[in-house]
Structures are given as C-alpha cells and as structure tokens.
Design a protein around this ligand. Structure first.
Ligand code: G6P
Ligand code: MG
Length: 208
C-alpha cells in the first residue's frame, strides 16, 4: 500500500509548465530561433541550467559560462514575473483535493521538484501546509532523470522508496522515479509517459 506520495510541482499540481515554456520560447526568439512545444517536452522536469543547454542545442548555438548564467537569469526573471501573479485557479483540477484526500488517509506527502521557485509557488498558492517535506531545486544537486530528488524525498518522509508513489508529468521525472524504486503515476499522455506504472489525465481522475 502507498505510505508516501511524492508530487512533482510544475504540470502536476499547478499549471506553470506553460509559463516555463513561454519564458524559454521568449529567450529562444531573442536569440533568433524558434522553440516549439515539442522541443519543450525535453525540458520538462529538467533543471534550469540543463534546460538551457538543451535549448541552445536546439538552436545550434554555443555560449560560454558567463553568457549562460545571463541567459538563465533572463529566463528566470520572465518566469518569476508570471508566477508572482499566480492564482489559486491555476491549481490543476483535483490537485488540492487529492492532497487533502491522501492526508485524510494518513499518507505522508512530499514535494519532489527540480524548481528553485517551488517554495515561492507553494506559498503563493497557500498549500505549503499540505506537505510533510519539500524537496526542491535548492536541495538537490543532480537533475532528473537522476533519482536523487525522489530518494531524498522518501528519506525525508522516513519511508522506503518502494512504499512511495511518485506523481509526474515529465518523461525525465518518470525515469527518475523508476530509478529510485518508486511506483509512478504519470499525469498526462501515455505517448510521453509510457514508462509509468499507470497514466491518468489529471489528479482529479484519482479522486474517489
Ligand atoms: C521543473 C520544471 C522545469 C524547470 C525546472 C527548474 O522541473 O518542470 O521546466 O526548468 O523545474 O525550475 P526553476 O524554477 O528552478 O527554473
Ligand atoms: Mg513537471
């Protein structure tokens, strides 16, 4: 049975994946190339600097360390502009209800996100208190598909990864969760998340 539940943030709990995409696309356009939603799938779940590296690959561009720092900062500034206006209405369908349902069943809950903006987003949405542990991009060194984020989250919950279920919308996240030894529920389309143990369209589908 599930003793712990570990949730990715962007694209699972809150509809911020679109803002990451808009901010990355704006950067690409500024650099002079197109960046499609299909290209963007490769960035989901991936850390900020690794995302930038993939984006530059797509544009066939090179940049030195200082330039990359600057580009990442520009993207993040635009992204933070979006999320500082985030509303509760942008919580994904069933997300808050499912967290509350699991809590009522005694399941321990962690966040497992690559984002350095995660704590800010949880505060902004008023859902920080629903989590027993928050593991985010400020706490982990290795980006998904490395299992570090989910191993750390299960450890912070005091649970064996095998007793935890991970909820993920990104292929890299599903891979990371499997590598950690967790069960994985993919949130989105089976075409992209085929490696998950189960795929649903949204957390609302899991409510009783
Ligand atoms: C999540 C998102 C990625 C994002 C990463 C880092 O995993 O799915 O798209 O690049 O977090 O987010 P940050 O807010 O730190 O730039
Ligand atoms: Mg995600």
């Amino acid at each position: 049975a599930m003793k712990g539940a570990i949730f990715d943030l962007d694209g699972v709990i809150v509809d911020t994946a679109k803002y990451h995409y808009l901010a990355w696309r704006a950067l690409a356009n500024r650099l002079g190339f197109e960046f499609t939603e299909a290209d963007n799938e490769r960035l989901k779940g991936v850390s900020r600097m690794r995302s930038l590296q993939i984006l530059l690959e797509v544009g066939g561009m090179d940049a030195d360390e200082a330039e990359r720092e600057q580009m990442a900062e520009l993207k993040n500034k635009e992204y933070v502009d979006y999320i500082s206006r985030l509303e509760s209405s942008e919580l994904l369908p069933g997300a808050k209800e499912y967290l509350m349902f699991l809590r009522s069943r005694g399941v321990r809950i962690a966040l497992g996100s690559a984002s350095k903006n995660a704590a800010f987003i949880l505060e902004r949405l008023g859902i920080t208190e629903l989590f027993d542990a928050v593991v985010d991009g400020t706490k982990v060194a290795k980006a998904k598909p490395d299992p570090e984020v989910f191993l750390t989250a299960s450890a912070e919950l005091g649970l064996d990864p095998a007793d935890c279920v991970v909820f993920e919308d990104a292929a890299a996240g599903v891979e990371a969760a499997k590598a950690a030894g967790c069960r994985v529920v993919g949130i989105g389309s089976a075409d992209i998340l085929g490696a998950a143990d189960q795929v649903v369209g949204g957390l609302d589908a899991l409510l009783p």
